[in-house]
Design a protein around this ligand. Structure first.
Ligand code: ZN
Length: 343
């Protein structure tokens, strides 16, 4: 059984790129006792199985970034309005009408994103996509109080909003890539004893700021195989052509990437594991021939790594209502367990 409560806990936690501590703590608590835990200086969390067998074992890395898109406070004016800049690729249109949480030293503070009413806009203003320069956060507090609580550089996330829609669809501001982190914890929970393999699960930071945490993992220990788990664009909505990302649908299984960042033979091996165990697969060449996930950096280390990217289909990527399907999550957990058994 999937631990839905923990999935929702992860999705509702605030972990904007550069400020992932509370999410890391949740993951650490979840896997403690089942793995050997360590950290590095950029905050990545490593959970290792069979840590003593490194000399003889096949070394496998399963990675997922744990950060989410959000904002950082740049300025507070004398009326107490808080100004922000994006951390990661925010869709400006999603700012308007949003509730946000400022993560302060002593807890979090709720505010709304405000902007000029449509009636008062002139000319082109009405047609322009909103961005951080045309909005502010209003917390309802006066300038003195807010300046005592909020500091420049504090992180801001969308309010916790995880929901189950229908029977299988989960939506939240942090789908990308808290679902990936959740998958790692589920694999650790379900994996039965494995010998002669050293498996490292890396929960990585700052992916949305240019794949930073993953780059540090790549510079660390060597691995024989690396699998990165991340959100994949689905094309089962109006206005996204399957010509761009492939025919990718929610509920139709794990997305296996075939582009320049992955090892051709390893991908073939993964496809045959899926076929042997009747696990649903969807192929994608991704939207770019290279990049967009941590896999690229994982490949570009030492004399080159054997890599693969496995995605779960996501609608409305990088908006507060990104959506994934529970069945795909389950498929990926099972697929990776089968791959680990076979390597
Ligand atoms: Zn991602």
């Amino acid at each position: 059984m999937m631990d839905i409560d923990f999935l929702f806990q992860l999705l509702n936690e605030s972990g904007v790129s550069g400020n992932e501590v509370s999410v890391l703590n949740l993951c650490r608590e979840k896997v403690a006792g089942k793995c050997e835990i360590s950290n590095d200086r950029i905050g990545n969390l490593y959970a290792k199985i069979n840590s003593n067998e490194s000399a003889i074992a096949t070394r496998i890395l399963i990675e997922a970034h744990i950060d989410e898109i959000g904002f950082q406070v740049t300025y507070i004016d004398n009326d107490g309005y808080v100004y922000i800049r994006p951390c990661g690729g925010i869709d400006g249109a999603t700012l308007i009408g949003s509730f946000v949480e400022i993560q302060c030293r002593y807890g979090s503070l709720t505010g709304v994103v405000g902007r000029k009413p449509v009636h008062l806009m002139k000319g082109d203003e009405k047609n322009k996509l909103p961005d951080c320069d045309s909005v502010w956060i209003d917390t309802g507090l006066d300038a003195n109080t807010i300046k005592k609580k909020v500091r420049i550089g504090d992180y801001v996330s969308f309010n916790p909003n995880a929901h189950l829609l229908g029977e299988m669809r989960v939506t939240s501001k942090a789908i990308d890539n808290r679902v990936g982190a959740f998958i790692l914890t589920q694999i650790i929970d379900k994996l039965s004893t494995i010998y002669n393999k050293q498996i490292t699960f890396a929960f990585t930071t700052q992916e949305e700021l240019g794949c930073k945490g993953g780059a540090v993992v790549a510079c660390g220990e060597p691995y024989d195989y690396v699998i990165c788990i991340d959100a994949a664009f689905s094309s089962d909505v109006p206005d996204i052509s399957p010509r761009v990302v492939g025919d990718i649908r929610l509920g139709e299984g794990a997305v296996v990437y075939r582009n320049g960042d992955v090892d051709r033979n390893f991908v073939e091996q993964i496809l045959s594991v899926a076929q042997n165990h009747n696990l649903k697969i969807q192929l994608s060449a991704n939207y770019a021939a290279s990049g967009g996930t941590n896999t690229r950096n994982m490949q570009l280390t030492g004399t080159g790594n054997i890599t693969a990217t496995i995605g779960y289909p996501v609608r409305y990527m990088h908006t507060p209502v990104s959506m994934a399907d529970l069945r795909d999550i389950d498929t990926i957990v099972n697929l990776i367990i089968r791959i680990l058994e076979e390597l």
